[in-house]
Ligand binder design. Structure first.
Ligand code: NAP
Length: 322
């Protein structure tokens, strides 16, 4: 597993980040332990969690799993709110649950309408000065908002947001409008969630068969919607992988790795059988022409499309307090 520069922080991380969102939800602790250990044995030391996953239960599990080996990992977590008290209070709770006195990366999970960037950056600066995180970052930020925050950081001599964690895959292409360009130009690390479109790009779902009972499709309606809307692209990707004798995950991950703005895809294995494939996916590469062919197999007019609230935030005139 390659080690890559984490933006301009000077830190290096494994190119694969392991997402833990399913730990405690669908993944029992013993299984999660095997996943983390397998990943670590194969060079993956970057771990992503969040205060909101399982309302703290995920962080608690990660804390137990890393006990005795915390220093070997680059550990990232997130805060839900954007008020000063949310940010400074949340880190203390996260540190307790994670059984550590300092995380490597602390991120704002979502922008919120009416947020005050000066307050956010002051709070994050105080968290860094207190030695509770090495670096700070954000998720789901439009490019202009990230720059706005970092202009405040520059003006005050505070640590800047070092990364933006976003959804990006051949279906969810909203980040191509400005987020990737801005991050690339300014040395902001991009960590990518939903690299496998919740398993669709891993070939978990067959468009001609009912959704498997043990899948995320049982509670996330978007899976069915995406399967219907992007059927042609998904079939193209599955066939492309088949012809080359690699897994569909390898193609989806290679599609991300071929983008110079992407720092780390976050692989969210929910069971041990998926982690082996996830790690191996990083051995495959695409040429520029192959990447373009895959991009074109998905309807390019839908670049604005991305799940949830991203990139809808880009259109909110009242997103920040003035
Ligand atoms: N910052 C944010 O707002 C945000 C939002 C979402 C996620 N994240 C982070 O990003 C991580 C990854 O996100 P994600 O879980 O949505 O990513 P994903 O990789 O697109 O989806 C993971 C899901 O794909 C399926 N899968 C994975 N490997 C597979 C394989 N080899 N074969 C078949 N199916 C496979 C599993 O579904 P089943 O469980 O159904 O088997 C798994 O739960 C999360 O763990 C979390 O750390 C951050």
């Amino acid at each position: 597993m390659k080690q890559v520069a984490f933006g301009k922080t000077g830190a290096k991380v494994s190119e694969m980040c392991l997402g833990t969102m399913m730990f405690g939800k669908r993944t029992e602790e013993a299984e999660a332990d095997r996943i983390v250990s397998y990943a670590f044995e194969h060079g993956v030391s970057f771990l992503d969690t969040a205060a909101m996953y399982g309302d703290g239960a995920c962080e608690e599990m990660v804390g137990r799993l890393l006990a005795g080996r915390r220093s070997k990992f680059f550990l990232a977590t997130k805060v839900d709110g954007v008020a000063y008290a949310d940010i400074t209070g949340s880190i203390d709770k996260s540190l307790r649950r994670l059984q550590t006195d300092c995380v490597d990366l602390f991120m704002i999970h979502w922008p919120q309408v009416g947020m005050d960037p000066l307050e956010v950056m002051r709070a994050l600066n105080d968290v860094v000065r207190a030695g509770k995180t090495r670096f700070v970052g954000c998720c789901n930020y439009p490019a202009w908002l990230l720059e706005h925050h970092n202009a405040i950081a520059r003006a005050n001599g505070w640590p800047r947001l070092a990364c933006n964690q976003i959804p990006y895959n051949p279906v969810e292409r909203g980040a191509e409008i400005e987020v990737l360009t801005q991050a690339h130009a300014t040395g902001v690390a991009i960590t990518v969630y939903r690299p496998l479109l919740e398993g669709i790009l891993a070939g978990k779902y067959d468009p001609d068969k009912p959704m498997p009972a043990d899948s995320r499709a049982t509670w996330d309606d978007r899976v069915k919607k995406w399967m219907t809307k992007y059927d042609a692209g998904v079939r193209f990707l599955l066939n492309f992988a088949h012809e080359r004798g690699v897994t569909p995950s390898a193609v989806a991950v290679a599609w991300l790795r071929a983008c110079p703005a992407v720092t780390c895809p976050i692989i969210g294995a929910s069971r041990f059988s998926q982690i082996e494939e996830g790690v191996k996916a990083f051995e495959f590469s695409l040429t520029a022409a192959e990447r373009e062919a895959i991009s074109n197999a998905f309807d390019a007019d839908l670049r604005e499309d991305a799940g949830g609230k991203f990139p809808e935030f880009r259109r909110k005139l009242d997103l920040v307090a003035r």
